[in-house]
Design a binder for this molecule. Structure first.
Ligand SMILES: Cc1cc2nc3c(=O)[nH]c(=O)nc-3n(C[C@H](O)[C@H](O)[C@H](O)COP(=O)(O)O)c2cc1C
Ligand SMILES: C=C(O[C@@H]1CC(C(=O)O)=C[C@@H](OP(=O)(O)O)[C@H]1O)C(=O)O
Length: 371
């Protein structure tokens, strides 16, 4: 496989470049009979799309999805689902400065050496614009998981640079709980983001993702462990530099008497495992943290080389996110949904019952985005 396809049974192949005609994906293996229309997908794309406020890239894209195939009379038919999102606001000439030079921290250098040719209009295929197609596919997986197991997947930014975000309350957006930071902290974070932008710099972020109502028993015992596939999915998102599942790197300082989640007839007493034991879901909530790097395309001049190996000083212009983590939550949710749906269908293919009801022992703990 050429590396553009994700999944084993429920597969997604994406296509398209940031400044090409369109992006999209082909989804194969979706069971027939799932009610589906553009209205099921568009709200997720609206959460991810660029240009929605001053703290994100100013590229304006409506990211309107068109279903090309695989749906008849409002239901999936079991045949490949084709989704298309047209690019409308490319302005490619703004990117001529990176045609011959490599942005430090972006994929220009490695693409050039791998392929010997590079679509330098924006990030081309390496631009996270490609994730629009993943979010569209993920919306289908989310819907299927919700209808079958009532699974909820929610991601939040929990840290921007050094600043941790304390959540005060939550509201519902498109049936998903969405945490709201305290009002004065929002002002502080906005000022912080303004200062980063004024300094022609960028900043990293941390994301927390929770999946609730995950059936017990999803995953494979050895290579395709559920945690391994989740790590694969998350690390496949542009700019993700680290992942923790459950206690993650805090496990280093824990004792066995502290880490191992004790079981009682009334449920697990803790969730250091993050909902996965032996590569298989335990029915507890899945907890994931992601480290997201700062944007590499910044207007601060930096040392680099051109395609002939000559030194250059490169300041990158064009429209860029000062903190890519701010836009990553719907992408991480989509990738987790793709993994869970793929494993649920694999479980079905193996003719093993899927425990639709979360067993009493695996009762989930309340969602806590900062854990
Ligand atoms: C939602 C999102 C938006 C991004 N926006 C930008 C951007 O505007 N400019 C940029 O240089 N990188 C941006 N990135 C990061 C690049 O896509 C990424 O650094 C690049 O593909 C190289 O991959 P790597 O960082 O995983 O090595 C974004 C990433 C995400 C997930
Ligand atoms: C357009 C989007 O974000 C883009 C992600 C991105 C990158 O390098 O990842 C770089 C910028 O665009 P370009 O590819 O034109 O350089 C962002 O504007 C989007 O997410 O839809």
């Amino acid at each position: 496989m050429a590396g553009n396809t994700f999944g084993q049974v429920f597969t997604v192949t994406t296509f398209g470049e940031s400044h090409g005609v369109a992006l999209g994906c082909v989804i194969d293996g979706c069971p027939p009979g799932l009610p589906l229309s553009e209205a099921d997908i568009q709200p997720e794309l609206d959460r991810r799309k660029p240009g929605t406020n001053r703290h994100v890239t100013q590229r304006r894209e409506a990211d309107c999805v068109e279903i090309l195939s695989g749906v008849f009379e409002g239901k999936t038919t079991g045949t490949p689902i084709g989704l298309l999102i047209r690019n409308t606001d490319q302005r490619s000439k703004d990117y001529s400065d990176i045609a011959q030079s490599f942005r430090p921290g972006h994929a220009d250098y490695t693409y050039w050496h791998k392929y010997g040719i590079r679509d330098y209009r924006g990030g081309g295929r390496s631009s996270a614009r490609e994730t629009a197609a993943r979010v569209a596919a993920g919306a289908i997986a989310k819907k299927w998981l919700r209808e079958h197991f009532n699974t909820e997947i929610i991601a939040h930014v929990t840290q921007i640079g050094e600043k941790s975000i304390a959540f005060e309350s939550y509201t519902y957006i498109n049936d998903n709980p969405f945490f709201v930071a305290n009002h004065s902290q929002i002002e502080e974070l906005e000022q912080y983001m303004d200062s980063i932008r004024k300094a022609c710099d960028s900043i990293g972020a941390k994301l927390h993702i929770t999946a609730r109502h995950v059936p017990v028993g999803l995953g494979e015992p050895v290579f395709d462990r559920l945690d391994a596939d989740i790590a694969h999915a998350m690390m496949s998102i542009n700019a993700v530099k680290g992942i923790e599942i459950g206690a993650g790197f805090d496990s280093i300082c824990q004792k066995g008497s502290e880490h191992g989640d004790e079981l009682t007839p009334d449920g697990f007493l803790s969730n250091n495992a993050g909902g996965i034991l032996g590569g298989i879901s335990s029915g507890q909530d899945i907890h994931i943290n992601l480290a997201i790097k700062p944007t590499s395309s910044i207007a601060t001049p930096r040392h680099s080389i051109d395609i002939h190996g000559k030194p250059v000083i490169l300041a990158t212009h064009g429209r860029h996110d000062p903190c890519v983590g701010l836009r990553a939550a719907p992408i991480a949710e989509a990738m987790l949904a793709l993994v869970l749906m793929d494993h649920a269908l694999r479980q079905r293919a193996q003719n093993t019952d899927i425990r639709v009801e979360t067993p009493e022992i695996a009762r989930h703990h309340p969602i806590a985005p900062n854990t």
